[in-house]
Design a protein around this ligand. Structure first.
Ligand code: G3H
Ligand code: 13P
Ligand code: ZN
Length: 311
């Protein structure tokens, strides 16, 4: 099976009350860890590549790694550009074999967001590629953009119908309290997503797939391993997994997870070096790191997304 778009995945996910995991990939071990878990669980998958990942690993290497994963797993896999910030990067990914792109013009004024999104949608649809857009601004760090909590803003449900109609986008990322990175909520506060906004948005866009960014849960056992093995990540707090599971049962069809994979990989490598200070063969520490990613993704597929067996 070749790379697929997200169209059919999202239709099934919407109707089935589950979500597809969109996991960020930056190198071979990450691609392998994610796709091995999805294969074991027969789960559909979105592999996503940020601008930073393209700069780090090179577009061609990433495409070829993902194509290898398609051959190895036989799963329906979509290759998605995460947080495209210009028409040019979206065009380059569309021309270069991606099946889905995000144009993230959420920091621009409403009319500018619409105009840029519309331009990307026209080009993408002419080439059989689907487009995710964003309304509302998440806090946190993505590539070189760092949005403070004060400058973040929830999505305004009254804007979504006009935005989707005028842009023709295929899915919409909304801001309901998630944020990027490992430090999402102030220590001591109780994380609570705004389900009222999600409900209002989905009432106005019946059947339309919604996307949640910034959906890592920052499992404390990994933070503990990192901190016990030379790391320093006090106050790292994520989105409670039961709230993500609830969102997946609603209109949310795509849940973005990157930081949790980074934590799993880093915890494994830190512990490995503490336990084996004399080792220096990268295969020795990357093998358990890849297995840690696989375990993390398997847990997300079964306990958070609910997409096991849905490929
Ligand atoms: O939302 C951002 C993703 O976690 C990608 O992060 O831009 O550092 O590759 P990155
Ligand atoms: P996390 O930082 O919560 O993993 O979010 C990733 C993301 O939204 C990628 O677009
Ligand atoms: Zn994101």
């Amino acid at each position: 099976m070749p790379l697929v778009t997200t169209k059919e995945m999202f239709e099934k996910a919407y109707n089935g009350g589950y979500a597809i995991g969109a996991f960020n990939v930056n190198n071979m071990e990450i691609v392998q860890g994610i796709t091995e878990a999805a294969k074991d669980l027969n789960a559909p998958l979105i592999l996503q590549v940020s601008k930073g990942a393209r700069a780090y690993a090179n577009h061609t290497y990433l495409i070829k790694l993902v194509e290898a994963a398609v051959i190895e797993t036989g799963l329906p896999i979509a290759l998605h550009l995460d947080h495209g910030d210009s028409f040019e990067i979206c065009k380059s990914c569309i021309d270069g074999g991606f099946t889905s792109v995000m144009i993230d013009a959420s920091s621009k004024p409403f009319e500018e967001n619409i105009a840029l999104t519309r331009k990307v949608v026209e080009y993408a649809h002419d080439h059989g590629v689907v487009v995710e857009a964003e309304l509302g601004t998440l806090a946190g760090v993505e590539d070189e953009v760092n949005v403070s909590a004060e400058n973040s803003s929830y999505t305004r449900p009254e804007d979504v119908q006009e935005f989707v109609q005028r842009t023709g986008c295929d899915s919409l990322a909304i801001a309901i309290g998630t944020s990027h990175g490992a430090y999402k909520f102030k220590p001591g506060t109780k994380p609570q997503l705004r389900f009222d906004i999600l409900e209002d948005v989905s009432r106005r866009l019946p059947g339309f797939p919604i996307v949640l960014h910034g959906s890592s849960s920052v499992p404390q056992e990994f933070v503990k391993i990192i901190n016990e093995n030379g790391g320093n990540m006090p106050g790292a707090i994520g989105v409670p997994e039961d709230q993500l599971r609830k969102a997946a049962s609603m209109a949310v069809c795509k849940i973005n997870i990157d930081s949790d994979l980074r934590l799993a990989m880093t915890a494994s490598i830190r512990k490995y070096f503490n336990d084996h200070p004399d080792h220096f063969d990268p295969r020795q520490y990357l093998k358990p790191a890849r297995a840690a990613i696989k375990d993390m993704v398997a847990h997300k597929i079964v306990d958070v997304l609910g997409c096991d067996g849905k490929a």
